[in-house]
Design a protein around this ligand. Sequence first.
Ligand SMILES: [Zn+2]
Ligand SMILES: [Zn+2]
Length: 239
Amino acid sequence: MVQIKCTTQEQALLRKLLFQNSKMIASDFKPALEPYEKNFKASFVMPIAPLSQVDIGKLTNDAGCAVCGKRTTSRCTGCLSVAYCGQACQKAHWKEHKGFCKTIRGGTWRTVTFGKHFQVDGKIMSAASINHSSGKLNTALDASNDPPANARGEKLFLVKIQRPVVPDPSPRAMMMVYDRGRSFEGYVVRADNPGVYEEIMRQMPEGSQKLKVYRWARRVEDWKLSICLDREPEQVPQW
Ligand SMILES: [Zn+2]
Ligand SMILES: [Zn+2]
């Protein structure tokens, strides 16, 4: 056991945390106990393993007001992207939020339907990728039809959209859309997105040097992503 010093308030907090977490332990988990431990309850303080992107997403899903965390349904009316419980919190946050808000304000948003498999002639292709949070090489082919985990809830995040390198006029032409940590990765097929596919292509026309753009996006449904088409992030990342 590690010994730590804490105040009585901190002790009370720790007890409360242990008590709450004890309810999350499976009832059939019965470790062997020493006689003096017979009244002990199993619990834990820290997560047993590092949190995955999905776990982090669940914890931060509805973070409430961006300043105080209070539950709210109101958002900044300029960009509709940040939640505030009221004017006081919005005012307090403005200095920090101003730049982003002006970037995104008045942008053109389009909803795209995406799939999660890279397909060639209807055949699912496998791709190896590095999981940046674990550092492990992920070669498993997830052929299930479950939608990819939504790690960000309704929050905006930056995606990279890559157009086909070779011009592809076919209805099966697809763009790849993913975030920096690849906790989100999807394929936007022309046939599934009539008109919108072309609108996105206009941001990186065939024949131009532009093969990719970075855009703000928000997951709106299991298979739908809303993308701000015509607003570049304040600082264009490179990943
Ligand atoms: Zn607030
Ligand atoms: Zn705003």
